[in-house]
Design a binder for this molecule. Structure first.
Ligand code: ATP
Ligand code: MG
Length: 353
C-alpha cells in the first residue's frame, strides 16, 4: 500500500470552498482504485490567519510542510484584509523559494464540455514547462541617471544548472507522454541568453535522441498556440516566455476556473506544491458557485506527479463526462453549484470503476 502525506492549505476565498471538494474527489478515487492511502494535514494559513497572528504562517511553518510528500494549495490573497504582496510573499512565494520549486508546469488541454474561444480547434494537449527561478525575472540592473537621456538596464540571468535541469525535466516528461518537445527561443533577437538556451538544449538532447525536438521563436510559437495548438506537446520555456505561454494556454482552454498548475521541487529535498491557476475570487466567494474543476484537476496533476497516471486519467474522464452532461458552474455557462458538480464527478468516478 502506497501512502502519501499531503499538507492541505485551503487559503483564502474560494480556496476554502473548492479544496474540501477536491479532497472528497481524491478520497473517492483512492478508495475506488485501491492501493493508495492519502493522509491529510490541514493548515489554516490565510489572510484571516494573518489578521489574527501578524504573519501568514507560524515560524515553524516550513518545517511542518517539509515533512509531507506534497502541498495541496487553494488560493492565497484577500486584499480586503492584507495587501497581496504581503499575503503572497509570506506564504506562496516563500514556499516556492524555500522549497526550491524551480519549475512550474501547466497543462493547456482542450477538455470535452468546455468551449474554447478558438473556433473549431482540433484536440490539443500541451504541457508547458517553465523555468521558475531565474531568467528575465531578475533584480539585476537599475536606472542610470542622465537627465533626459536616462538609461535603464534590466539584466537576465541564465545559469547552466537551471537551464539544463528544466530541459531534462521537459525531456523526461515528453518521454513519459510518448510525445515531443518544443523549446521557446528568441536567438535571432536576444543574442546572448537565447543562443545559450539553444546550446543547452542541444547538449541535453544528446541524452534524449528518441524524443523529437525543435526550437521555435517565441513570437511564432505564441501564434502557434492559437493557430495550431494540436501540433504541440511539451513546451519548455524561460521564466518570462513560460509565463506568457501559460496565460495563452489557459485562455485557449476556455476558463480560468479549470486550469491547474504545479510547482516542482527537483532535488527531492522538499515537497512540490500543486495549486489551481485561479486566485481567491473574492467576487464570488460565499455564493457556492465557484468552479471546483481547477482544484480537482490540480489533484489529478498531483496524482500524476506520484506516477498514479491511471487514477489521473479516470479523474479527467469523470470531469469531462460531467461537464459534457451539462452539469457545470455559471462561469462556463452552466447553472449548477460547486457541490453539485463535485457530486457528479464523484458519481462518475464510481461508475467508471
Ligand atoms: P490573482 O489571485 O492571481 O491575483 P485575481 O484575484 O485577479 O488573480 P481570480 O481570483 O482568479 O483573479 O479571479 C479572476 C476572475 O475569475 C474573477 O471574476 C473570478 O470570479 C473568476 N474566477 C476565478 N476562479 C474561478 C472559479 N474557480 N470559478 C468561477 N470563477 C472563477
Ligand atoms: Mg487574487
Amino acid at each position: 500500500m502506497k501512502k502519501l502525506d499531503i499538507s492541505v492549505i485551503p487559503g483564502d476565498g474560494i480556496g476554502k470552498e473548492v479544496v474540501p471538494e477536491a479532497l472528497r474527489v481524491l478520497d473517492t478515487i483512492a478508495k475506488v482504485h485501491g492501493g493508495l492511502t492519502l493522509n491529510y494535514t490541514h493548515y489554516p494559513w490565510s489572510s484571516e490567519y494573518y489578521v489574527e497572528h501578524g504573519k501568514m504562517m507560524p515560524d515553524n511553518g516550513l518545517d511542518l510542510l517539509s515533512q509531507s510528500d506534497a502541498i495541496f494549495l487553494g488560493a492565497v490573497g484577500d486584499p480586503s484584509l492584507v495587501k497581496d504582496h504581503i499575503s503572497l510573499g509570506g506564504l506562496l512565494l516563500k514556499i516556492r523559494r524555500e522549497f526550491e520549486q524551480v519549475i512550474n508546469i501547466r497543462p493547456a488541454k482542450q477538455i470535452k464540455g468546455i468551449v474554447s474561444p478558438l473556433t473549431n480547434p482540433r484536440d490539443f494537449d500541451i504541457m508547458i514547462v517553465r523555468e521558475n527561478s531565474e531568467g528575465e525575472y531578475s533584480s539585476s540592473g537599475g536606472r542610470v541617471h542622465h537627465g533626459i537621456d536616462e538609461i535603464v538596464v534590466q539584466n537576465s540571468i541564465f545559469t547552466k544548472k537551471a537551464v539544463s535541469r528544466v530541459m531534462e525535466y521537459a525531456f523526461e516528461l515528453a518521454r513519459k507522454r510518448n510525445g515531443h518537445l518544443t523549446s521557446a527561443t528568441k536567438s535571432n533577437g536576444i543574442v546572448h541568453s537565447m543562443p545559450f538556451w539553444d546550446d543547452v538544449l542541444a547538449e541535453v538532447s544528446q541524452n534524449y535522441k528518441d524524443i523529437p525536438t525543435k526550437s521555435e521563436h517565441i513570437d511564432a510559437l505564441s501564434a502557434f498556440f492559437i493557430t495550431k495548438p494540436h501540433t504541440l506537446d511539451v513546451v519548455v520555456a524561460s521564466n518570462l516566455f513560460g509565463d506568457i505561454l501559460s496565460d495563452i494556454g489557459a485562455a485557449i482552454m476556455g476558463s480560468i476556473g479549470i486550469a491547474p498548475a504545479g510547482n516542482i521541487n527537483l532535488n527531492g529535498k522538499y515537497p512540490s506544491m500543486f495549486e489551481p491557476v485561479h486566485g481567491s475570487a473574492p467576487d464570488i466567494y460565499g455564493k457556492g458557485i465557484a468552479n471546483p474543476v481547477g482544484q480537482i484537476w490540480t489533484a489529478k496533476m498531483m496524482l500524476d506527479h506520484f506516477d498514479e497516471m491511471e487514477m489521473g486519467t479516470v479523474l479527467l474522464h469523470a470531469i469531462e463526462q460531467t461537464l459534457q452532461s451539462g452539469i457545470k458552474t455559471p462561469d462556463i455557462g452552466g447553472n449548477s453549484n460547486t457541490t453539485e458538480v463535485t457530486d457528479a464527478i464523484i458519481a462518475k468516478i464510481e461508475e467508471l470503476a
